[in-house]
Structures are given as structure tokens and as C-alpha cells.
Design a protein around this ligand. Structure first.
Ligand code: ZN
Length: 411
């Protein structure tokens, strides 16, 4: 084996990733700019751009400002060059989203998941939904880089195993085998994926960490290195980034703030303890407290409709619930501010719908509970990705290697 050959192939892949990431962030770049910013010789930059044009990952997009000579040709990502799928599952249903190479959502769909569905049955449903979505959007399967799955629960992203997803009743599940088989059957018609520009890959991630990856990729945290995303839905979890990388902890369980005790005398939790934060502040518990029947696919909207109701009795109940919930979420986030000193906290998922009503109370609690000097450098916001951060983050996983962002995935 020629080691030099391996090194130069790896070097070329790294350089192509750096070029694509630079173009992604700048939206359009000239060869001269790539050469200057990435420290490449003009000849190398030219060769890399030519190769990426050939692979269909870049395309020309007019000319830029002259710097004395002739106007330079500009290049941008070719949106149809590559697609990736993110699947985000929770109690009641799952979102399937297609991201194109330029980071735009090329299509999405929602499927219902019957209570108690086993993982392999879910995998078949999700694969069928993706096949329908691909047909509806005219995306060729040969341009599909892979599928990322976001699951609320404890996952071993490296081995693609779901250790425990209490709200879905999944324990010690191999996510890779059943999902890959279902995809081969439903999406690729039983054949192996065709040789597209990159090998087809399947990824698994915890949903809160997937949300953090989504925010880092396309949301509020693109320029943050140390931040956290707190997702509220059927459970509550935090996705942490430290030094620009996902922080998983010693055994992959970092960020499980839903199981911090909020009231020792509170209700029994799925984890076996009592009074965990998510037994008091997750969306289904808030609906329950207000006496609203839970419909999984519209839970957050149902809650917002109640919170916005002008009826006096409802207003009083809403105000009391908002104050108590904001206090609990703020009290759970404050130690994270002190421990991690994040530049940003993003509240996501169902908070995309009703979070604006809670944010002022959360900020008040954080100002009271967190160290003032630490919180002074923290901006706390509600996601702008409309509850899609986890699906976008999951879809980003098969593309991470393409952009030289391998640090965000275990593949
Ligand atoms: Zn718990």
C-alpha cells in the first residue's frame, strides 16, 4: 500500500471539505478568495474547484467585485448536488425532512406513530415516508448522502444503539440494522445505494444534541463554540457544545436535565424517581395541569391557544402556570450557566411555539439564580428553526464529512 497515496487522498478530501465549508458560510466565493482564506496555492484552489464542479457539488454563479484585474468568477454550492434526510421521532409521530446541499429544506412530512410501536415497525414507516417524500420532490436516490435519526432518550451514537427511550418504550435497540434494511427496501428498491458523490451513511443522535447540531449548522449558534440547547417536548433535555464540539459526557448521557429534581414530592417519572423537571414542565404535563386533553401532533399549539385565550379564568390559570414553569426551567438552566459559562442558550422544539410566553420569566430566574458575571455573557433566546432543529441537525450528520465537520458526528 502506498502511504503517500492514502495521505494525499485524505488531504484532498480535507481540502475539498474546507472549500465546501468556506463556500457554505460565504454563500459564494472566488478561487482567489479560497486560495487566500484557506492558505492554498492558486493552482490547488483551481484544481479543487474544478473537481467539485465535476462532482456536481459546486456551480458557477456570476462574477464578483474586481480587485484591480478582471472580475473573478464566483462559485456557490449546487443545492441539488446532494441531499440528506433527518428523521426526528417523539411520542405520537415523527418528522421526515430533506435538506439540500445549500442547507435549504427541500421537503418535509409528518407521520403518526401508534402508541407502543416497536422500533423496527417505526423504521419501516419512516423509510416509506422518506420514499414518498423523495418521489414527491423529484430527488434522485443516488444523490442521497444518508439518513440521520434523532431520538429522545439515551443513545450510543457511536454504535448506533438506542440505550433507552422511555417515552417511546424502546430499550437496547439496534437502530442501524432495522433502519438500514427498511431504507434499502423502501427507498432503494432492494438494491444497494448507488455510488453517489459520497457513501450512503446512517446516523443516530440524541434529540437535544441533534437540536444543538442543528442550531450550530443553520440556526442561532453558527458562530458559538460553547452553548446549549434546551428542548421541551414530551420530555426535557439539553444538548451541549463545548469548544465547538458536541459534549456527550463519559457515557453519552450529558445534558439529561429533564431528570434534575424540581420538586422531591412531585409526580413519579419514567426514570423511576419522583419530581423530575420533566414531570412538571414538559409539554404534556403543562396540558395536564390546565386540563387540556393531549394530542401529540398538536400539543404545543393546543397549549399556546389556551395561553392566549382572553377568558378571565383561563388567563389566571395561564399566568400561574407560566410563572411556575419559567421559574423551574430557569432554575434548571442556572447551574449550567455557572458550570459551562455558555455564550448562548437556545430554547427549542415546543418552545418554538409557546417559548416567547416563558422567556421573560426564565430570564428573570436566570438573573436571580446564575452568577451575574457568567450570565452577563450569555444570550438566552427561543429557537428560530421552528421546532425543526433536531431534524435539521440529524440531516446534517451525513453531510458533516462533506464539509469537514466530522467533529459533529461519530461516523
Ligand atoms: Zn426522571
Amino acid at each position: 500500500m502506498n502511504h503517500r497515496g492514502i495521505n494525499s487522498a485524505a488531504m484532498r478530501q480535507a481540502n475539498e471539505g474546507a472549500v465546501l465549508e468556506r463556500v457554505r458560510r460565504a454563500r459564494a466565493c472566488s478561487k482567489a478568495e479560497l486560495s487566500r482564506v484557506l492558505g492554498l496555492t492558486p493552482a490547488s484552489a483551481g484544481m479543487l474547484v474544478a473537481a467539485l464542479l465535476e462532482e456536481g457539488l459546486l456551480e458557477p454563479v456570476g462574477t464578483g467585485e474586481s480587485r484591480g484585474g478582471r472580475r473573478p468568477d464566483l462559485f456557490r454550492l449546487r443545492a441539488q448536488g446532494l441531499y440528506s434526510c433527518g428523521i426526528d421521532v417523539d411520542r405520537g409521530g415523527y418528522d421526515v425532512l430533506l435538506l439540500d446541499l445549500a442547507g435549504r429544506v427541500a421537503g418535509s412530512t409528518y407521520g403518526e406513530l401508534p402508541e407502543g410501536a416497536a422500533f423496527p415497525a417505526f423504521a419501516v414507516r419512516a423509510a416509506k415516508a422518506l420514499a414518498t417524500l423523495l418521489r414527491g420532490t423529484d430527488v434522485p436516490t443516488g444523490r442521497l448522502a444518508g439518513v440521520g435519526l434523532s431520538v429522545p432518550g439515551y443513545v450510543d451514537a457511536h454504535r448506533r444503539r438506542i440505550v433507552r427511550a422511555p417515552n417511546l418504550g424502546w430499550h437496547d435497540e439496534d437502530a442501524d440494522g432495522p433502519l438500514r434494511r427498511a431504507l434499502l427496501h423502501e427507498v432503494f428498491g432492494g438494491a444497494q445505494p448507488e455510488g453517489g458523490p459520497v457513501p450512503f451513511t446512517v446516523h443516530l443522535e440524541n434529540e437535544a444534541l441533534a437540536a444543538a447540531i442543528g442550531e450550530h449548522w443553520a440556526g442561532a449558534c453558527q458562530d458559538d463554540e460553547d452553548f446549549l440547547c434546551i428542548d421541551v417536548r414530551s420530555g426535557i433535555g439539553a444538548g451541549l457544545f463545548v469548544h465547538g464540539r458536541p459534549f456527550r459526557g463519559a457515557s453519552g448521557l450529558a445534558g439529561e436535565i429533564g431528570h434534575v429534581t424540581a420538586d422531591a414530592d412531585g409526580p413519579l417519572c419514567g426514570c423511576g424517581r419522583t419530581g423530575c423537571l420533566e414531570t412538571l414542565a414538559a409539554t404534556p404535563r403543562l396540558l395536564e395541569a390546565l386540563g387540556i386533553p393531549e394530542r401529540p401532533d398538536s400539543a404545543a399549539r393546543d397549549l399556546l391557544a389556551f395561553l392566549e385565550s382572553p377568558e378571565p379564568a383561563r388567563r389566571a390559570a395561564s399566568e400561574a402556570l407560566l410563572a411556575a414553569t419559567a421559574k423551574r426551567l430557569g432554575a434548571a438552566a442556572a447551574p449550567l450557566v455557572n458550570a459551562l459559562n455558555p455564550s448562548r442558550i437556545v430554547f427549542g422544539r415546543d418552545m418554538a411555539v409557546y417559548g416567547a410566553r416563558l422567556l421573560p420569566g426564565i430570564l428573570e430566574e436566570l438573573r436571580r439564580d446564575a452568577l451575574a458575571e457568567s450570565f452577563a455573557g450569555t444570550s438566552a433566546v427561543v429557537t428560530e428553526l421552528g421546532g425543526r432543529a433536531s431534524a435539521i441537525g440529524a440531516a446534517a450528520l451525513p453531510l458533516a464529512g462533506v464539509f469537514g465537520r466530522e467533529a459533529e458526528t461519530w461516523a
